[in-house]
Design a protein around this ligand. Sequence first.
Ligand code: GLN
Length: 481
Amino acid sequence: MSFHFSTIAQYHQQLLAGTTSCTAAVQHYTQRIAQFKHLNAFTQVYDTEALAAAAQLDAQRDSTQPLPPLYGVVVGIKDVLNYSGHQVSAGSHMLRHYTATYTATAVQRLLQAGAIVMGMCNCDEFAMGSTNENSAYGPVLNAADNSKVSGGSSGGSAVAVQAGLCMVSLGSDTGGSVRQPADFCGVVGLKPTYGRISRYGLIAYASSFDQVGIFATNVADAGLVLQCIAGPDALDGTCSPLPMPQLSTALPAAQPTYRFAYLEPTLSLPGLDPHIKTTIQTYFAQLQAQGHVVDAVPFNLLDYIVPTYYVLTTAEASSNLGRYDGVRFGHRASGPFKNLTDYYLQNRSQGFGPEVKRRIMLGSFVLSAGFYDAYFTKAQQVRQLICQQTHTILSSYDAILMPVSPTTAFGLGEKMADPIAMYLADIYTVFANLAGLPAMALPLFTHANGMPFGIQVLTNAWKELLLHQISMTLLPEKTVK
Ligand code: GLN
């Protein structure tokens, strides 16, 4: 039986027509994962298990009933999502031999909707990074150009979709870790509103920022996955009780027009690649010609958003990562140990990589008695200001448009020696996490250097339906062939 993936809807049509099967799909991906092993997208591949799940789905199909929404959909999940009985390591030596004892709500809901988990996707250690080069498993290569990074931290999940190693994948987005690798790889990346998808079972980086996100080759598939995994969850107190609205993949008959804003300083940023800048300016003019409003709006906080993000997330990380001491969780050094402090010291020094250590130190510093008000409290205040200004803008516009990243994918190793340059490149993505807003990266363009890039659409909190409609309008087609 043949298999070719286009969209989940088309796959389901083929299943119903009997021209393909879940088994054929899993065999196809197993073969491709082996063929593209050098990309290093997966840390674990569950081929035998996936094949058994596919065979069961094929055998049990009741042709009188509609297919469950993610029936036979082959997914990859980021190595920060617990999946009972499977190793989950957050890309870290610290958890290299840790087996999950329960399943994250997002993964549980994928399975309930009929999905088949193909494997765990590589990522930066504890989701800290923008290139996937901080992983204990080594970097993920960009399938469009193997000398370039995948982006991060969900680099494996992005490349798994880009290279056709699964149909859709899950990542996590604390400051852009879904949208930025999606941009670097030319796929769709969705970060929902903070609290839209349960974080239960997601290994924490910075709890007031973390959200599960979705990679897909097209907007409709991202929406379908969101629909299945979003919504209230008693197991996560920060997950909203609001029900997830019904997303329709049907485009309205008449082309809708929207009111878009862009933050004026985002396009005058000195570090913004000139080709990306002019492409986006031309695109805005095209949108206006189609009847949309695209207005520049003032925003005086852009310079503060990266520092605010790094003060707050490192503070939260230093607290969240306290549990990896070798007693409760994590790597145990072989000793000898002088005392308990030395035991912790050796476990943590050996278990964590350099970027995670840097962030724990930075976070401990901004939370320390002498500096708490100057850094942590101040950053909380700036976060409030960002939320207020954004709210004001979105009370008179449907969405904010902005670049996803100032450049296309970096070369491997290019930014590793300069963490500040790496952090500054997060300028366009951390904004949505600071404000808790939903945002979608749409891979609309190809750079003169041959690499993909796109734009980001942000709407007000809980407006995933509007975000979906706008994204379907701007990108009605599938992107990865
Ligand atoms: N690049 C950002 C960071 O390093 C984003 C990480 C994320 O979203 N998990 O913190």
